[in-house]
Design a protein around this ligand. Structure first.
Ligand code: G3H
Ligand code: 13P
Ligand code: ZN
Length: 309
């Protein structure tokens, strides 16, 4: 078993009408929770690392933990850079053993995004690494960048064929109304499935990626609030919408906020029920268990990837 690229995973997912969960990692407990859930559900999974997470935990630790998870669970894993914002960051992750990188040129104009993405693709492909790019702009918070709902831009389907053919990219993140973080919709949740369907028609068989795809599980938000938290108004993408996207061209569904919520709910519960608790193993193991339960739930209800390993 090994670190693998997403190529085969996406091929099978596209044909099977399901999606692969790409879960953000930044510590041992989260990695264990995700990979144990994947092993028990016989589901492929992608571990992804943001620039902020890489700074927090350090590249060396995350590599070693991902390899340890492969050894422990006996399943293949893809290790992916989430929202790489420069050629240098992508290069560093490729040189350091990641099997997949995202170059997020969505803040640039069309031609500049193409040029940057092409440069990363050339470097990555020469080294057997695959690349995800982004066209369109999601609202929400990424690292320290906050894009308001008004500044978000849906992907224009007229641009996708030219972007993919000129860059040679392996998968494409598109903006259809999802956003990062735990506060996704002010009013009723709405996704532009018409855009997703049109992109699917323009790029038959090509894997599409959905960012900002946490459902912000209401039970977790309620538990956090009941245990002293303050997350009123938190709201995510309804699970049926995500499942529908996975049946279409979406092969990769990004989930970070739901991990944060599950971990926080577990830790807050222990702290509330036992204010004397001060052994990190006591509350981190409960947080880890909550994350594992949540990932299993996603694999079954949202991704549809159970039993496909
Ligand atoms: O895309 C956003 C992810 O949730 C990563 O968040 O940059 O705070 O680690 P982060
Ligand atoms: P969420 O904030 O919805 O979990 O999105 C995570 C994401 O898109 C990571 O790239
Ligand atoms: Zn994202």
């Amino acid at each position: 078993m090994a670190l693998v690229t997403t190529t085969e995973m996406f091929k099978k997912a596209y044909a099977g009408g399901y999606a692969i969960g790409a879960f953000n990692i930044n510590n041992m407990e989260i990695i264990q929770a995700i990979t144990e859930a994947a092993e028990e559900e016989k589901s492929p999974v992608i571990l992804q690392v943001s620039a902020g997470a890489r700074k927090y935990a350090k590249h060396t630790y995350l590599m070693a933990l991902a390899k340890a998870a492969i050894e422990d669970t006996g399943i293949d894993l893809a290790l992916h850079l989430d929202h790489g914002d420069s050629f240098e960051l992508c290069k560093s992750c490729i040189d350091g053993g990641f099997t997949s990188v995202m170059i997020d040129g969505s803040k640039y104009g069309f031609e500049e995004n193409i040029a940057l993405t092409r440069k990363v693709v050339e470097y990555a492909h020469d080294r057997g690494v695959v690349v995800e790019a982004e066209l369109g702009k999601l609202a929400g918070v990424e690292d320290d960048v906050n894009v308001s709902e008004d500044d978000a831009m849906y992907t224009n389907p007229d641009e996708v064929e030219e972007f993919v053919s000129k860059t040679g990219v392996d998968s494409l993140a598109i903006a259809i109304g999802t956003s990062h973080g735990a506060y996704k919709f002010k009013g009723e949740p709405r996704l532009r499935f018409d855009i997703l369907e049109e992109v699917g028609r323009r790029l038959p068989g090509f894997p599409i990626v959905l960012h900002g795809a946490s459902s912000v599980i209401p039970e977790l938000v309620d538990e956090i609030n009941a245990c002293g938290g303050a997350m009123d108004g938190a709201r995510g993408v309804p699970e049926e919408m995500l499942r529908q996207a996975a049946r279409l061209a979406v092969c990769k569904i990004n989930i970070d906020s739901d991990i944060r919520l599950a971990m926080t709910a577990g830790i807050r519960r222990v702290m509330t029920q036992d204010p004397s608790a001060f052994d990190p193993r006591k509350y981190l193991s409960v947080g880890r268990e909550e994350v594992k339960k949540m990932v299993k739930h996603k694999i079954h209800t949202v991704l549809g990837s159970a039993g496909t390993l």
